[in-house]
Ligand binder design. Sequence first.
Ligand code: PMP
Length: 304
Amino acid sequence: MTRFAYFKNEFVPYEKALIPIGTHALQYGTACFEGIRGYWNKEKVKLYVFRLKDHYKRMKKSTETLHMKIPLDIEALSDITIELIRKNKHRENIYIRPILYKSDDIVSRFNLDNLIDTFAIYTVPLGKHLNTDKGISLVFSTWKRISSKAVPPSAKPTGIYLNTCLAKTEADSKGADEAILLNEDNTIAEGSAENVFIAKNNGLYTPSEDQNILVGITRNTIIELAERELGIKTTEKSIKKEELQDADEIFLTGTGAEVTPVISIENKKIGSGEVGIITSNLQKLYFNIVYGNNYKYKKWLSEI
Ligand code: PMP
C-alpha cells in the first residue's frame, strides 16, 4: 500500500518526498516542526487527532519567531492533515509530523528573511514512547537546557533538538529512561522532550514559561484537567532540584510521552516508588479523552 506525504503543495508517495544534500535546513537546523498524535479507537472504528488546531496555532507562532512563512491558514493546514491521514488509511495510533523548513540549496547565507520556506507533513504509526504503566527513571543531565535568550525553545526549531539528543543519549548511557535538563542556575527546565510536573501536598507545580521550556500542549491540557476535574491548582514557578527530589509524585507530559509517571531520580525513589494517585487519575482522564471516550472534551478532537 502506498504511503503518502504532503510535500511542496501536493500529496506524493513518501519515497518521493526527498531533499537535496545542500538543503539549508539540513545544514543549519533551520526548520520548525510539530508533533501531533492520533489515537485509533477500535470499538468506534475511528481515529481521533488530539488538539490538531492548537498544534497548528503554535506552529504559526513559531514561524513568526523564526522569520518563516507558511502560506496556509490553520483551517487549511488541518484539512490537509486530515486528508493525508485518510489517504494513509491508518488503523492504529499514529504520529503526525508537520515541518516547515528552509529549502534553499545554498551555503553561507544566514539571513532568514532571504530564504525559501517549504512545508511538508508525514505520518507514522506510533505506539508508546515511554512506559506510562510502570513509570520511568530519571537522571539529571549534565547538559544544560539551551537558554531562550540563545534560541527560543517555544518555537520548536529543529536545530535545538541537538540539546534533546545529547541529554537523552547521556540518560541512556547511565541506564535511565529519561533526562531532566536544568537551567544555568540549576533550576528545573524540562525533560528531553517533555514538560515536568510535581505533586506535593495535593498541589501541582510545573516550571513557568520563563524557564526555557517548550510550553507543551499536553502541559496545558493537564493544567486544565487537574483544575476542572480534580480541583487541583497548578502553580507555575521556578523549581529547585531539591523540590523535585522531595516531591510526592512526579510525572512528565508531552505528545509523545503522554502522561508518564516518574518513579525514581538518580536511583532514589520518588514517593512510594510506585505510580502516585494524582498521576494515575490524570492519566485515566487523559487517555479517556484522547481515545474519544469522554464527550465533554470533544472540542479537542478531530474525528476521522
Ligand atoms: N518540551 C520539549 C522540548 C518537547 O519537544 C516537547 C514535545 N513536543 C514537549 C516539551 C511537550 O510538548 P507537547 O505537550 O506540546 O507535545
